[in-house]
Ligand binder design. Sequence first.
Ligand code: FEO
Length: 170
Amino acid sequence: MLTKKIEDICNRQIEREGYSSNLYLAMASWAETNGFGGVASWLYVQADEERMHMLKFIRYVNERGGVAIVPALKKPASEFKGVEELFREVLKHEEFITASINEIVALTLEEKDFNTYNFLQWFVSEQVEEEASVRAILDKVKLVGKNNMYQFDRDIMSLRTSQADTQATT
Ligand code: FEO
């Protein structure tokens, strides 16, 4: 059975993962309508992953005798200055999510809730991967500059695939 504190902080994370999904959906939509089909595809996949993260928390809270709250979601921005700025924002957001997950981990230790601690380990690893993949994209965006954005837009999905391959073999 979850303590009230753990239930509440997990519900806070449900809202944050749901917002992440909406944020990346808004970014995908911006990219799609501004000629960056590859960037849009990457973000649509990311938005789905965030929804999956939200679901993982919802199912876990309910399974442990808590009540998961499905939140109203804040409206994300619909305009972005450019692809580099957009990915900077993605990285900033992922760093915020990492800090948020770490805060829950710290609370589980304080509350001696080792089941939730265990559940969170998947998210701890996932955040390392997510931050690394966005940093890799940002490095690439900086390298290509504005002139080669067309090529970058074509390549971005293969970046996701090659990263997944590397992770699978390490
Ligand atoms: Fe669910 Fe990208 O953190």
